[in-house]
Design a protein around this ligand. Structure first.
Ligand code: PHE
Length: 445
């Protein structure tokens, strides 16, 4: 039924568009700040290299062989145990859960694009007041921009693989890379750049407690879009002759370099004009606008460019977070693309309202349990638990359930000598690492 396929470049840009998102530019710098820099970054980089890259290839392979929505792909590839393995495909739900807060954050960014046009806060105090006014009492502002994000995402999805998803990525991804490169080059010229390098790469192991460890591993999955079927769903529309390993390499490479570039740039700005690495989700919404103010006119331009790039990154990822469930309803229930896009997106739009309310004075008291509000719980539950578990499912599926001869036939030409190390990583390194993470997690929660 599905005829539309990505072009080769289109696939790489779409998968990279999925990977490069708020995770890279908003979340990575602030959690790096929160967990003290170097050691945290190293655990994240090692996870990306040793586990993330292998699972990226595995997830692409399942989609490439399955050719359908995630649930059907698992079913077709494991005909004997399809009733068990199809649950691997329901990981697609994780994307919708993530969207509950993701879309709200894209909304904040859209709001900042508009407000930074006319005014920037003169100092961090003022920036804090502006941010918390939006967060704690700006219900309708947040709802408005969350709805705009929902409309853009839904519209793109209704257009399908070729004229929706591929197109938006072909335009927004290069634009995002150009904007970040320009700003990064500027940060290179500042005196504080070496300080940022030191903060990000000098490892202080005493800061690496078990929560930092779990967060770093979870973030590696989150930032690479692994473990919930986004990459798998895109790979189902991959060109038949495309090189899986090359594509996976490009996605991992672009995602990691953009995170590092964004981190270095932001920390340089914060050291040069502000008070050093700020902590928490407010980093780009509080500390950064105050920094832009210090830069004068250039700051106004940078603010617009930066928030636009951030919005682009967020939107291309958001589309991939929703697409797995859209594809599921199209393939399994024969829904039209328009109907599936609207109804599936409606889900995250609706629950997004509660994510907004969980920060609003007067409502948040009812939406907070055990020290985390609804917004934070969704973030924690998806990134720290659902995605690593999903990644584990995929590693085990390719490592143990698919026949080795079949996997080898497809992958050996791409991987050559690296086939056995890759296979070994899926069978043993990933499961053992995930087991350690789970043990850690139980100690944390
Ligand atoms: N990788 C995206 C980011 O870094 C988020 C994402 C997670 C997208 C899982 C798709 C699937 O923001």
């Amino acid at each position: 039924m599905k005829i539309a396929r990505f072009s080769r470049v289109g696939f790489i840009l779409a998968a990279a568009g999925s990977a490069v998102g708020l995770g890279n530019i908003w979340k990575f710098p602030y959690i790096t700040g929160e967990y003290g820099g170097g050691a945290f970054v190293l655990v994240y980089l090692l996870t990306v290299l040793l586990i993330g890259f292998s699972i990226m290839i595995a997830e692409m392979l399942i989609g490439y062989l399955g050719r359908k929505d995630t649930v059907s792909s698992f079913e077709t590839l494991a005909p004997k145990h399809k009733n068990i393995w199809k649950f691997g495909g329901f990981q697609g739900l994780a994307g919708l859960f993530i969207m509950i807060f993701y879309s709200v954050v894209i909304g904040w960014i859209l709001n900042y694009i508009v407000t930074s046009l006319t005014s920037l806060p003169a100092n961090v105090k003022e920036a804090e007041v502006t941010f918390s006014a939006m967060l704690n009492s700006g219900f309708f502002t947040q709802l408005f921009y969350h709805t705009i994000a929902f409309l853009v995402i839904t519209y793109t999805l209704t257009k399908g693989i070729k004229s929706g998803i591929e197109k938006i990525n072909l335009v927004l991804m290069p634009a995002l890379m150009i904007i970040l490169s320009v700003m990064f080059l500027y940060s290179l010229s500042l005196d504080a750049f070496p300080k940022a390098v030191h903060f990000m790469f000098a490892a202080d192991w005493s800061k690496l407690n078990s929560e930092a460890f779990v967060t770093a591993v979870g973030h590696a999955f989150f930032t690479l879009s692994l473990g919930m079927g986004a990459i798998m769903t895109y790979a189902a529309s991959m060109d038949k002759g495309a090189n899986i390993v090359k594509s996976a390499f490009w996605v991992v490479f672009l995602d990691t370099s953009i995170a590092l570039v964004a981190g270095l740039m932001l920390f340089t700005f914060l050291y040069e004009y502000g008070s050093g690495p700020a902590k928490g989700p407010g980093l780009v919404f509080i500390s950064l606008p105050a920094v832009f103010y210090e830069m004068g006119v250039l700051g106004n331009i940078f603010a617009e460019l930066f928030f636009t790039a951030l919005a682009f990154a967020g939107l291309t990822s958001a589309v991939s977070l929703v697409e797995p469930m859209v594809q599921y309803y199209i393939d399994r229930f024969s829904w039209s693309r328009v109907k599936a896009s609207i109804l599936v997106s409606g889900f995250f739009w609706f629950f997004g309202i509660f994510a907004i309310l969980s920060n609003i004075d007067g409502a948040k008291e009812y939406l907070t349990w055990g020290g985390r509000n609804f917004f934070d719980w969704v973030d924690f539950f998806t990134a720290a638990i659902m995605l690593p578990v999903g990644g584990l499912i995929m590693a085990i599926f390719v490592g143990f359930i698919l026949e080795k001869s079949r996997v080898k036939a497809v992958m050996k030409p791409f991987l050559k000598w690296a086939f056995e190390p890759w296979y070994f990583s899926l069978r043993y390194i990933t499961p053992i690492a995930m087991f350690i993470v789970m043990l850690n997690l139980m100690g944390v929660v």
